[in-house]
Design a protein around this ligand. Structure first.
Ligand code: NAP
Length: 255
C-alpha cells in the first residue's frame, strides 16, 4: 500500500491473487491505474502487489469474499478510503465445482453461482456508486466459452451465461452515467483452474494443454496475459463507445 496519487484512476480486480486476475492487475497497473488486488485471502495477494510495486505501480491487497454482501460493501469502502474512488471493476473471481447434473449437489450449484454471478452483481452494485458519482466508469466481467454449454458444468455454464445478461443490462442502466460494461469470455487458459481440471481427469497438464491446443485454430492454449490484454482494451478511455459486448478470447471463433 502507498499513498493516494491524485491523477491515477483506481481499478479493482477480483480474484487477483493468481491466474488471469493477477495478470490483469499487473497489466492495469502498467496502464496507469492504482489497483486494488482483491481475493479471498489478503495475504495471498502479496505476490501480485509486489509485482506491481516492483514496476513502480500502486497496489493494495484486499481480502474479501465477493459472494458476501457485507464484505463487498466494506471492501469497496476501504478501497475508496485508501486508494481513491474505484471507477474500474474487473469481476474475475471464480471457482469450479464440476459434476454431471445427476450428481451435482445443491451446494455445488449454489457456490458457483454465488461467486461468479452474485459476486459480480454485489461488486458492481457497490462500485457503480463511485462510477456514477464520477460520471465515468468501466466494468469488465469474466464469462467463458462454457457459457455456450459444457459437459459437467451446469453450474458454471449457467453462471457464465448469466454474466453475459448482467453485462448487457448494466451497460443499458449505467451507460447514461458514462459507464461502459463489457464481457471477456476466455477459452482455454493455462491457470490453476485448468490445472485442477487436468488433475481431476487424470492427465498431466502438458497432455491436457496439447489436447486442447489441437482443437484451437491458432494451435496453442491461452495465457493469462491474452485475457489481460482484452480487459486493458475495454477499460481504456478510447473504448468509451464500446459497451454491452461479449468478446470471446479463445484462439478462434465462438458464440
Ligand atoms: P484461478 O487461477 O482459480 O483464480 C481465481 C481466483 O479467484 C483465485 O485466487 C481464487 O481464490 C479467487 N476466488 C475464488 N472465490 C472467491 C471469492 N468468493 N471471493 C474472492 N476471490 C475468490 O482462476 P483463473 O483461471 O485465473 O480464472 C479467472 C476467471 O476467468 C474466472 O472467473 C474463470 O471462471 C474465468 N475463466 C477461466 C478460464 C480458464 O481457462 N482458466 C476460461 C474461461 C473463463 P482461491 O485460490 O483462494 O480459491
Amino acid at each position: 500500500m502507498s499513498t493516494t496519487h491524485p491523477t491515477r484512476r483506481v481499478a479493482i480486480v477480483t480474484g487477483a491473487a493468481r491466474g488471469i486476475g493477477a495478470a490483469t492487475a499487473v497489466r492495469l497497473a502498467r496502464d496507469g491505474f492504482a489497483v486494488a488486488v482483491l481475493d479471498l485471502d489478503a495475504t495471498a495477494c502479496a505476490p501480485t502487489v509486489a509485482a506491481i510495486e516492483k514496476e513502480g505501480g500502486q497496489a493494495l491487497a484486499v481480502g474479501c469474499d465477493v459472494s458476501d454482501t457485507g464484505r463487498t460493501e466494506a471492501a469497496v469502502a476501504r478501497v475508496a478510503d485508501e486508494l481513491g474512488a474505484p471507477t474500474v471493476l474487473v469481476n474475475n473471481a471464480g471457482i469450479i465445482r464440476d459434476n454431471l447434473v445427476f450428481r451435482m449437489t445443491d451446494q455445488e450449484f449454489d457456490s458457483v453461482i454465488g461467486v461468479h454471478l452474485r459476486g459480480a452483481f454485489l461488486m458492481s452494485r457497490a462500485v457503480q456508486r463511485h462510477q456514477t458519482a464520477a460520471g465515468w466508469g468501466r466494468i469488465v466481467n469474466l464469462s467463458s466459452s462454457a457459457a455456450l454449454g459444457n459437459r459437467g458444468q451446469a453450474n458454471y455454464s449457467s453462471a457464465k451465461a448469466g454474466l453475459q445478461g448482467l453485462t448487457k443490462t448494466l451497460a443499458i442502466e449505467l451507460g447514461p452515467f458514462g459507464v461502459t460494461v463489457n464481457c471477456v469470455a476466455p477459452g482455454f487458459i493455462a491457470t490453476g483452474m485448468t490445472e485442477a481440471t487436468a488433475a481431476r481427469t487424470g492427465v498431466t497438464f502438458e497432455e491436457f494443454t496439447e489436447r486442447y491446443a489441437k482443437a484451437i485454430p491458432v494451435r496453442r492454449g491461452g495465457r493469462p496475459e491474452d485475457i489481460a490484454q482484452a480487459v486493458s482494451f475495454f477499460v481504456r478511455e478510447e473504448a468509451g463507445f464500446v459497451s454491452g459486448q461479449i468478446l470471446y478470447v479463445a484462439g478462434g471463433p465462438k458464440g
